[in-house]
Design a protein around this ligand. Structure first.
Ligand code: SF4
Ligand code: SF4
Length: 207
């Protein structure tokens, strides 16, 4: 499963580069729009498998840890939960204004890709996913209605916290009752938690 997931991410990243380099950014934005509808049924599949930012953030996070650049601290101004909505608004305004006034397509996706790399060099991945990404904030909004998502079987869970440590978005948390729970709005459906769970307690199910 791990290798299939990696293969899908690499192929999606290749498609992204192909479309962007050939001036077909709108096709990618169309894929993103469809993924928002799919998120209502199947969760944030786009974020976990298709998003170029999520794909590139994996190796960048590895590099950040190797170079000991990563910090657990988060700038206070990011914690308001408003930054990602502001980022979305500013991105849309820049795209529309540059098209209308200068007939130029600003490479907004590449700009956000670079920002995701820079943020991940310093901060844990959830900072970009949950607090900054203008695409993630829409996925989060639609993802909270997901009919299918990861679910923890509380009868099997022993509260070991291995899942919590591996989750890129802090979507899974072990509660005071020593049972893990998943916030489907934050879950990227990446399967990291399933892969480390010693009790096979996490499954993709109707919720
Ligand atoms: S690790 Fe589990 S809970 Fe976290 S985003 Fe991936 S699938 Fe969702
Ligand atoms: S890894 Fe599995 S057993 Fe451990 S806390 Fe998470 S869901 Fe529970």
């Amino acid at each position: 499963m791990k290798y299939i997931a990696t293969g899908v991410r690499v192929l999606s990243f290749g498609l992204f580069l192909f479309l962007i380099l050939n001036g077909k950014m709108m096709i990618w934005l169309g894929i993103f729009a469809v993924s928002l509808l799919l998120a209502v049924f199947f969760g944030r599949i786009y974020c976990g498998y298709v998003c170029p930012m999520n794909t590139i953030m994996g190796p960048i996070e590895w590099l950040s840890k190797k170079l000991k650049l990563q910090t657990k601290a988060v700038p206070k101004w990011l914690l308001s939960n408003k930054i990602s909505w502001i980022a979305l608004f500013v991105s849309i305004v820049i795209m529309l204004a540059s098209k209308k006034l200068a007939q130029v397509n600003v490479p907004i996706l590449i700009i956000w890709l670079v920002i995701s790399v820079l943020v991940t060099l310093r901060y844990q991945t959830y900072v970009f996913h949950n607090l900054i990404c203008p695409f993630g904030v829409l996925q989060k909004f639609f993802g909270k209605f997901a009919k299918y998502s990861k679910l923890v079987n509380h009868d099997s869970c022993v509260g070991c916290r291995l899942c919590e440590k591996t989750c890129p978005t802090e979507a899974i948390v072990v509660e005071d009752n020593r049972k893990a729970s998943i916030n489907k709005a934050l879950c990227l459906q990446c399967t990291n938690c399933q892969q480390v769970c010693p009790k096979n307690a996490i499954h993709y199910k109707k919720r």
